[in-house]
Design a protein around this ligand. Structure first.
Ligand code: HEC
Ligand SMILES: [Cu+2]
Length: 371
């Protein structure tokens, strides 16, 4: 067989293998379906990477196997191989081509990053202030409402003004593809334009994984301590700005009527995420379990014991460092709940719900799991 025939044959095999490798890659490692304008652009770039990776993989494997199988030593052939010193055109080609590809991707990637981080649309953006802390997210909306969930409109640029209250956290919603670290004392921005509603995101995921009950979440992508895996928040993508504003009001007002259930709501990730440190099933966490807490005899760091009554619980929440439970650390629990409860109660009172006292709800809930 002539050299040209070999080359043509091997090239055809590379082409076929590339396609197969690409399909196997994308079947085994499918991308998260994108739900933002930025995510769509990033997916095109990521897909191009997959393509190049597939061709390179096929190129190496096919030429290697082809050489091993086709140029195998024939029976009785004891001669030396052809002596080759090098092949200058080939060497130039395999230097220039990869360099070209890498430079091409570098330019593409840089432009995309500049485009995604561009502040050009900020004037029309829906601005949300984000605070990350151990271990919860807090979102403050343009009208001042504070919530533990992120609500954004579809087809409108969203600008997040983000800061951490304690250590480094990282804001990540996988379906929007963008991610940004939050640093204490530094405002960081993150921009994205959602182009799918929450319902569409859920349907996409169901189609991809067959798993029911998926919901889009903000996650923390920086290992930030024991409660790291509990540091999440619900994401609601609404059809329009008006719907987003209505949804913020709905979430704010949509709290359980029964004080015990409401106490549990405040404990959960939708409320103040006390659950990231306090269990209600008796298991130990960063803080003591709430199971059986009401009326419990607590041994304090000071060596005293105290009965957990209303006054002690109130002090433990509003001034966490006043008394430290033995075996637990001071300065871990958030110190600002008094103000945060007051702010939430004011938001509720402004909408006619002046009956809600968060501290009382929490105590009622604690009593209900202390029988
Ligand atoms: C970042 C972790 C963390 C979060 C979040 C947190 N706590 Fe705590 N909490 C602690 C730690 C640690 C202690 C034990 C040290 C101490 O006594 O301050 C504690 C102690 C307490 C105690 C006293 C417990 C006892 O057994 O005597 C109460 C009550 C309490 N927390 C309520 C809350 C409430 C209510 C919330 C949510 C609004 C909350 N905590 C959120 C870490 C946390
Ligand atoms: Cu975190």
């Amino acid at each position: 067989m002539s050299n040209t025939r070999h080359l043509l044959q091997a090239s055809a095999l590379v082409a076929i293998s590339s396609v197969i490798v690409y399909y196997v890659f994308t079947a085994f490692f499918p991308f998260m379906p994108s739900a933002s304008v930025e995510g769509d652009k990033i997916l095109v770039l990521a897909n191009a990477h997959y393509l190049v990776i597939s061709v390179l993989f096929a190129l190496i494997i096919v030429f290697m196997l082809y050489s091993i199988l086709v140029f195998k030593r024939k029976e009785g052939d004891d001669g030396d191989g052809v002596y080759m010193h090098g092949n200058t055109p080939l060497e130039i080609a395999w230097t220039i081509m990869p360099l070209g590809i890498v430079v091409f991707f570098a330019i593409w990637g840089t432009n995309l990053l500049l485009d995604i981080n561009s502040s050009a649309g900020d004037a029309d953006a829906f601005v949300v202030e984000v605070e990350g802390r151990k271990w919860a997210w807090k979102f403050t909306y343009p009208d001042g409402t504070e919530l533990a969930s992120l609500v954004v409109p579809k087809d409108m640029p969203v600008l997040l003004q983000m800061e951490s209250a304690d250590i480094i956290h990282s804001f990540w919603i996988p379906e929007f593809s963008v991610k940004q670290d939050l640093l204490p004392g530094v405002k960081k921005q993150l921009r994205f334009t959602p182009n799918k509603t929450q319902q569409q995101i859920i349907e996409d995921q169901f189609e991809r994984t067959g798993i029911e009950g998926y919901r889009p979440l903000v996650r923390c992508a920086e290992i930030c301590g024991t409660g790291h895996s509990e540091m999440y928040a619900n994401v609601y993508v609404m059809n329009s700005l008006a719907e987003a504003e209505a949804e913020i009001q709905r979430i704010l007002n949509d709290i359980p009527e029964d004080p015990i259930a409401r106490g549990e709501y405040w404990w959960s990730a939708e409320g103040f995420n006390c659950q990231s440190c306090h269990s209600i099933d008796g298991s130990d966490g960063t803080g003591p379990t709430w199971l059986g807490i009401y009326g419990r005899e607590e041994l304090l760091e000071s060596g005293e014991t105290i009965i957990a009554d209303d006054a002690y619980i109130q002090e433990s929440i509003y001034a966490p460092n006043a008394k430290i439970v033995q075996g637990y650390a001071a300065n871990v629990m958030i110190q600002t709940y008094e103000q945060e409860f007051a702010a939430r109660e004011a938001d509720l009172a402004a909408r006619g719900r002046d009956d809600v006292v968060i501290l009382q709800d929490i105590i009622e809930f604690m009593k209900s799991i202390s029988e």
